[in-house]
Design a protein around this ligand. Structure first.
Ligand code: HEC
Length: 145
């Protein structure tokens, strides 16, 4: 009898393991958002949603569009993000567009955009946001051509 329940337990554990593996297979749905980012790890639609939230992150920091507009030439507090994906590619020579955007979010003072003051952008997104949230924001900004 004891032996039997052990076998049942083993079969149960195995099927749970299989289910867990199967579930993981449907995870990379992030590319289905249309404009696929080159890195493939960020979700454009999630990034756009995050970008437009009034507050984001674990410290309830102001959202991006508090200070950034998506309309060409419209300056709120920071520069407009119209065409940001294109502009990011040539912002810093030797740095990829994605790396530039990631660094602009996590370490805004690394390259202060010409004509704007240092330290005005919220400084703690790098620790407030999850890696996935940052990837999603980068993917969204990359989609702005
Ligand atoms: C409190 C205002 C403020 C908030 C909120 C803010 N920014 Fe900024 N941001 C700025 C300012 C000012 C600059 C220009 C100075 C600099 O580079 O730090 C800037 C610069 C940038 C740049 C570089 C722009 C360029 O033209 O090269 C990016 C990218 C950026 N921000 C992304 C974001 C994202 C993504 C968020 C939301 C997670 C965000 N910002 C939230 C004020 C803000």
């Amino acid at each position: 009898m004891r032996k039997f329940s052990l076998v049942v337990l083993l079969v149960l554990a195995l099927s749970l393991l299989l289910a867990a593996c199967g579930g993981g297979g449907s995870e990379p749905a992030s590319d289905s958002a249309g404009v696929a980012p080159r890195s493939g790890s960020g979700n454009v639609a999630n990034g756009e949603k995050l970008y437009k939230q009034p507050v984001i992150g674990k410290s309830s920091a102001p959202g991006c569009n508090t200070c950034h507009s998506l309309d060409e030439g419209v300056v709120l507090v920071g520069p407009s993000h119209a065409g940001m994906g294109t502009r990011a590619a040539t912002a810093v020579s030797g740095q990829s567009a994605e790396d530039y955007l990631r660094e602009s979010i996590t370490n805004p003072n690394a390259h202060v955009t010409e004509g704007y003051a240092q330290g005005v952008m919220y400084q703690n997104y790098g620790t407030d946001l999850t890696e996935q949230e940052i990837n999603d924001l980068v993917a969204f900004l990359m989609s702005l051509k």
